[in-house]
Design a protein around this ligand. Structure first.
Ligand SMILES: [Zn+2]
Length: 193
């Protein structure tokens, strides 16, 4: 078979990643960690956006609601197929193990991510699930596209959150109200939580 479709150009990749960054901002507006994803499919040589998603586990009470999973579910519903072989998924943060496996189950053709995730990244940072030949037969992976923009968004978000927490503590300390005594819970390990 020689009908392998021609993929997106570098400029088209960048455009799609900018859309994923917009999705990350949506997450931030909802008070979620800013991560966004976009799935595209080539139609007559032009990438079309099939679905978008942003990180929202807190607002939906759903630990699986990472940007990639949200976008995957939308795309699969829309295309009426649980497999998405001709699609590219763009995500602003390196996928975690859950998302990496979901992307491989969906047989996504290509994954492009922006910033690396040294804490939970499963595309090489902590573990490289895509690099496991026993697991991955279909999905190509590239990282680093617009990594500075995506990483900056995350850094600003966490810096803001730390500042807000500090302000809260300072306000509590400055008020005449006695600080609430934290409930002491002893775990089996003897540690206080
Ligand atoms: Zn994930």
């Amino acid at each position: 078979m020689n009908d392998e479709p021609i993929g997106p150009s570098p400029a088209q990749d960048e455009y799609a990643m900018r859309l994923a960054l917009d999705q990350a901002l949506n997450a931030q507006l909802a008070g979620e960690v800013p991560v966004g994803a976009v799935i595209t499919q080539m139609v007559d040589g032009v990438p079309q956006v099939v679905a978008t998603g942003y990180n929202r586990p807190i607002t939906t009470h759903d630990p699986t609601a990472h940007a990639e999973i949200v976008a995957l579910r939308h795309a699969a519903q829309l295309l009426g197929n649980y497999r998405l072989p001709g699609c590219t998924l763009y995500v602003t943060l390196e996928p975690c193990a859950m998302c990496a496996m979901a992307l491989m189950h969906a047989r996504i053709g290509r994954v492009v991510y922006a910033a690396t995730d040294p804490k939970t990244g499963a595309a090489g940072s902590v573990i490289d699930l895509f690099g496991q030949a026993q697991l991955n037969h279909h999905t190509a992976v590239e990282g680093g596209l617009l990594a500075d923009a995506a990483g900056g968004l995350l850094r600003d978000f966490f810096a803001e959150r730390r500042a807000a927490q500090k302000a809260e503590r300072d306000a509590a300390a400055a008020s005449s109200e006695p600080l609430p005594v934290p409930e002491v819970i002893e775990s089996d390990f003897g540690a206080l939580r």
